[in-house]
Ligand binder design. Structure first.
Ligand code: MN
Length: 494
């Protein structure tokens, strides 16, 4: 992501004369320098482009930025007035994300000095409206951010959007390795992989689990020793386990799978993978600890063949810069009038980036799948605001479902449940949220993140022109049902 840039394009026209245009360019340069030094904008470079003043200028600049492989999008700003008919030809060929930054070079009106020269140079209040019209007229999606460009909140908004735009831009290089197919008979993890590649750019392809098993068996004991040392340093392993030959064998087998998986992911240029416990031919355990470790490195993962889940997790991890983000499953409920909660977990695979503590490694039987007892990392999730996100295939479109939740401290220990877990209150309440989620058709798997915001995901959906449903503290069931009905109509017409 750090190699990516965004071009900063300032629009104007010839009417103002040389002197004003020079001033416009100098101001733009100063703004670009400021943005490049702003913490919120990192790691992206903002590229200053000469002020565009004609149809040819605009077309050429947009063609060039379209052709720059490292350019993830553009930021436009009309310091002065730039008649929008000049933008039509350029915008017709442009396909990258656009941020329309509606700002000013000056923060406040210089009350005692303001004169007509100042007014001629500082016209974005109306120049940007002409600019906005042509996007709306042409039906082009873009993000509008309004405010003084040095303001902390504005900078944060810019930084977050650049991050989402960069993630969308890099989506076309996202490759998911599927080990085995979907869990048999499950509907929601299915979907149109061809459409996903057209829409998101995701390459989702199948690889034989036997190839993985072969690689697992080729890993050398010395390679495993090194990883075990890392486990001992990063996680807690009790003396009892360290002295238990059988359990240590189980942990070493997960380390073996971790190394083999990482090799396959690196060799194939994959940034995520799926597996399924119904297809583990040639493997002794379901990857548990191995998968958790790989997620911790930033890879996407979907259990039971859930490739949409894997791609979405990778997407959220990119936006989150790999902090506090994991695959998740609604596991079980605690009904308590007015205060119901969801216990989220999975059979094994929750990313330790959610952890509130030093995770511990344990070995327990799975009770399903008929393989050996797998080693896994166990921990409690952090407290705090978070979101759950699910992408489903509606047949004629993808729908993204976003839910606000608040992770809380568990009121009791669960000494007999040996999996990583998080307890949360979904908005507006468990009862309403689950009702809304189920009407919307949301999956049982989600990408869960403390770092990614609902606004990030709305921007993601808008950049890709997919449907989204946002369940939050203001959600009313009847209104949501109406929204679903209207969306069905809209997407049939699209
Ligand atoms: Mn599952």
């Amino acid at each position: 992501m750090q190699d990516l840039n965004f071009w900063f394009i300032t629009g104007s026209q010839h009417l103002y004369g040389e002197k004003t245009l020079e001033e416009v360019a100098a101001h733009s340069k100063e703004m670009v320098d400021f943005l490049n030094n702003a913490e919120a904008v990192k790691p992206y470079s903002i590229i200053f482009t000469p002020v565009v003043t004609s149809q040819e200028d605009i077309l050429n600049t947009l063609l060039k930025s379209e052709g720059d492989k490292n350019c993830a999008g553009i930021i436009t700003w009309m310091h002065t007035f730039s008649p929008s008919k000049m933008w039509i030809n350029g915008l017709k060929i442009f396909n990258k994300p656009v941020l329309h930054l509606h700002t000013q070079f000056n923060e406040e009106i210089p009350w005692d000095k303001i004169d007509m020269d100042f007014m001629n140079t500082n016209q974005s209040a109306h120049g940007d409206r002409e600019h906005g019209y042509i996007f709306t007229r042409m039906g082009i999606k873009r993000k509008v951010i309004v405010g003084y460009y040095k303001d902390e909140d504005v900078l944060k908004k810019i930084g977050r959007w650049l991050n989402v735009a960069a993630t969308v831009y890099l989506g076309k290089d996202l490759k998911i390795m599927r080990l085995g197919d979907n869990m048999r008979e499950v509907a929601v993890t299915e979907g149109d992989k061809v459409e996903a590649q057209i829409k998101f750019g995701w390459n989702v392809n199948y690889y034989g689990v036997g190839d993985f098993a072969k690689k697992v068996n080729e890993i050398l004991e010395e390679e495993i020793d090194k990883i075990i040392e890392e486990y001992k340093e990063k996680y807690m392993i009790s003396d009892e386990i360290l002295n238990d030959h059988k359990k240590m064998y189980s942990i070493r087998y997960q380390a073996r799978m971790e190394i083999a998986l990482l090799k396959m992911l690196e060799e194939g240029g994959f940034s995520g993978f799926t597996d399924t416990f119904e297809d583990l031919y040639g493997l002794e355990q379901l990857p548990g600890l191995a998968t958790q470790r790989i997620m911790e490195k930033g890879y996407g993962f979907g259990p039971e063949g859930d490739w949409k889940g894997a791609a979405m997790l990778r997407t959220l991890k990119m936006i989150a810069k790999n902090r506090g983000t994991s695959i998740m499953e609604d596991y079980t409920y605690n009904f308590e009038k007015g205060n119901s909660t969801v216990l989220g977990a999975h059979m094994l695979e929750i990313c330790p980036s959610l952890s509130d503590e030093k995770p511990k490694i344990e070995v327990h039987d799975l009770g399903i799948g008929g393989k050996d007892a797998p080693a896994r990392l166990i921990f409690n999730g952090k407290e705090g605001k978070a979101i759950c996100v699910s992408l489903i295939d509606m047949g004629n479109r993808f729908r993204l479902i976003i839910l606000d939740v608040e992770a809380i401290k568990k009121p009791h220990d669960m000494p007999n449940l040996p999996v990583a877990n998080v307890l949360w209150k979904p908005m507006p309440s468990l009862e309403e949220s689950a009702e809304a989620w189920i009407y919307a058709g949301g999956a049982h798997h989600t990408a869960f993140s403390y770092e990614v915001t609902a606004q990030d995901m709305i921007d993601f959906a808008e950049l890709l022109d997919i449907e989204y449903i946002y369940i939050n503290k203001d959600t009313k069931i009847n209104e949501l049902k109406r929204e679903l009905l209207i969306n069905d109509m809209i997407w049939k017409l699209k």
